[in-house]
Design a protein around this ligand. Structure first.
Ligand code: MD3
Ligand code: FE
Length: 211
C-alpha cells in the first residue's frame, strides 16, 4: 500500500531560466493567513532598513524568523542569531514551515525565514545569495501583495536575464543551477493588490544556512 503523504503534493511548476514557479499556489485565503502570521513576526522583530558595508541604506526593509536572520551593516553581510536590536528572532510560523516541507519534500527545515518589504519606490539590485553554507539546499520564495518585476539571470553577472512579474500568492523555488543565479527585483507595481491594506509587497524566502 502506498503511504499517505503528510501534505498535499504540489502541482507541476513552470520553469523559467531554471527557476521553478507556481503561479498562485497560495489562494487568497491562504495569503491573508500568511499576512496575519507575518504581522506577528514583524511585531516581535520590527522591519529595519539595512545599511550596506558601503554605507548606503537599502530601499527594501527586512526582518526575519527562525534560528538565524540575514543582516547587513557597516561590518558586512551575514546571518546572525539576533535581530539588529539584540532580540532573538521569533519562530518561523508553522504555516510557513508547512509550505517549505510540501514544496521541497525535505526533512531538513530552513534556518532562516527572511521577510522583505517593498514600498512603492523599493527595489533590489541584481545579486547572488551566497552567504549560506551549503548551496545544495534550495531557496523558496513567496510573494504577497503588490506585483514585483523579478529579474532572473545566470551564474555570471553579465549573463542574459529574463523578467517576469511575480504576483501575490506566487511561489518560486531556486534549486540546482538557479540556486546561484543572479536575480533581483527591478520595481513593484503599486496598487496592484489589495492584500496589504497599506500597499506594498512582501517577499518571504526560506533558506537553509548551515548544512
Ligand atoms: C535566487 N529577494 O531576499 S525572491 C532575497 O522578491 C531576494 O524580495 C527577492 O532576492 C524578493 O535575496 C527575490 C526570489 C529569490 C530569492 C532567493 C534566491 C531568488 C533567488 C536565492 C538564490 C537564487
Ligand atoms: Fe536574493
Amino acid at each position: 500500500m502506498p503511504e499517505v503523504p503528510p501534505e498535499p503534493a504540489v502541482p507541476a511548476p513552470l520553469s523559467q531560466a531554471g527557476f521553478l514557479i507556481w503561479p498562485g499556489l497560495l489562494d487568497p485565503a491562504e495569503q491573508a493567513a500568511w499576512v496575519d502570521d507575518l504581522r506577528g513576526v514583524v511585531a516581535a522583530a520590527p522591519l529595519v532598513r539595512p545599511v550596506t558595508p558601503g554605507g548606503r541604506a537599502m530601499s527594501v526593509r527586512m526582518t526575519g524568523a527562525g534560528r538565524l536572520g540575514w543582516i547587513a551593516d557597516r561590518a558586512g553581510y551575514r546571518y546572525a542569531p539576533q535581530h539588529p536590536s539584540g532580540m532573538a528572532w521569533p519562530p518561523v510560523p508553522p504555516r510557513i514551515l508547512a509550505l517549505w516541507r510540501r514544496v521541497t519534500g525535505l526533512s531538513r527545515d530552513p534556518d532562516c525565514c527572511l521577510v522583505n518589504y517593498y514600498d512603492p519606490g523599493a527595489r533590489m539590485g541584481l545579486h547572488q545569495d551566497r552567504d549560506e553554507g551549503d548551496f545544495g539546499f534550495p531557496v523558496l520564495s513567496v510573494s504577497l501583495g503588490d506585483d514585483g518585476l523579478f529579474r532572473m539571470g545566470g551564474a555570471r553577472r553579465g549573463d542574459r536575464t529574463v523578467s517576469r512579474w511575480l504576483r501575490s500568492g506566487d511561489v518560486v523555488l531556486m534549486a540546482g543551477a538557479a540556486r546561484l543565479a543572479f536575480h533581483g527585483i527591478d520595481r513593484i507595481r503599486p496598487g496592484s493588490s489589495r492584500l496589504l491594506p497599506q500597499g506594498g509587497r512582501l517577499n518571504v524566502t526560506l533558506r537553509v544556512v548551515a548544512g
